[in-house]
Design a protein around this ligand. Structure first.
Ligand code: HEC
Ligand code: HEC
Length: 225
């Protein structure tokens, strides 16, 4: 950044005021001028253009397309999932229509660095306000959640990076429902390369039937992200 005389109009400002301006400019540089930070944000936005047709401009999601809301999702989890779609650990089964829609998009990213950059951009997007609560027995769901799920996903569904368990609070209820069915049916979490999915799949099997899935999702929908 050029801090030369052309930036500071010395002829019409008082000397102390000019010094103050200089300090502000210098201060901004300390926090915001690290090399690459601004470039990464620009690149992230550029890369995210590929994602907008399905996930929306702010990552708000599109139920018709089966694309979940991802705005504000933790970068570590976005990155892990993009890598799974790229390797075929997720979204490569012929009976996984939505996963097969997503997989070529993850493969369209050129490099590991682009995967990281777009993941950070997704995390920087705003979280979408919660929609109407889905139907289900919240009390039964609460019991099930705290007996089985909370140990990994956290008591308030906030997630646990150390266990690689994502946040569930704030995620679309229809999407949670679909994923739980996919884990149960072996459409997700069955690939030998998918260590975390293989940990999750038996947990989904503790949900005995559609009602049990609906109830636990109804409870998760009440949790604050
Ligand atoms: C053609 C539509 C489409 C495009 C474009 C697309 N996605 Fe997706 N995405 C989906 C669908 C559908 C799913 C749900 C897959 C499933 O049900 O397993 C998904 C799932 C995901 C997930 C998993 C979320 C979770 O909670 O596990 C992430 C992360 C994601 N997409 C990120 C991206 C990013 C980043 C881009 C751009 C590089 C992108 N998507 C482009 C359709 C799309
Ligand atoms: C042993 C730890 C553990 C337990 C217990 C557990 N999960 Fe998970 N869960 C995970 C991990 C790890 C993942 C990430 C899988 C991956 O990377 O694909 C996950 C993923 C998920 C997802 C996919 C989220 C998304 O954004 O795609 C849902 C939904 C989910 N779990 C719900 C539940 C529910 C409901 C329960 C209780 C019945 C539960 N989990 C119990 C570890 C656990």
């Amino acid at each position: 950044m050029d801090l030369g005389p052309s930036v500071i109009p010395t002829h019409y400002c008082h000397r102390t005021a000019c010094l103050a301006v200089l300090f502000v400019v210098a201060g901004l540089c300390v926090s915001g001028c690290r090399p690459g930070t601004a470039d990464a944000a620009v690149r992230g936005k550029q890369l995210f253009e590929t994602c907008v047709p399905c996930h929306g401009q702010s990552g708000e999601g599109n139920a018709q397309l089966g694309a979940p809301n991802i705005g504000g999702m933790k970068a570590w989890y976005v990155e892990a999932q993009l890598r799974k779609f790229r390797s075929g650990a997720r979204g490569a089964q012929f009976n996984d229509a939505e996963g097969m829609r997503m997989r070529p998009m993850a493969l369209s990213l050129d490099s590991d660095q682009d995967v990281q950059i777009v993941s950070r951009y997704v995390e920087s997007l705003p979280e979408r306000p919660r929609g109407p609560l889905p139907k289900g027995d919240v009390h039964a769901g609460d019991t099930q959640y705290h007996a089985v799920c909370g140990g990994c996903h956290g008591p308030n569904g906030g997630g646990n990076q150390a266990l690689k368990a994502p946040r569930l609070a704030g995620v679309d209820d229809w999407y949670l429902n679909t994923q739980l069915r996919k884990f149960k049916n072996g459409v997700r979490g069955a690939d030998p390369k998918d260590a975390e999915g293989r940990l999750m799949a038996p947990m989904a099997k503790t949900l005995a039937n559609e009602d049990a899935i609906r109830n636990v999702v109804a409870y998760i929908a009440t949790l604050k992200p």
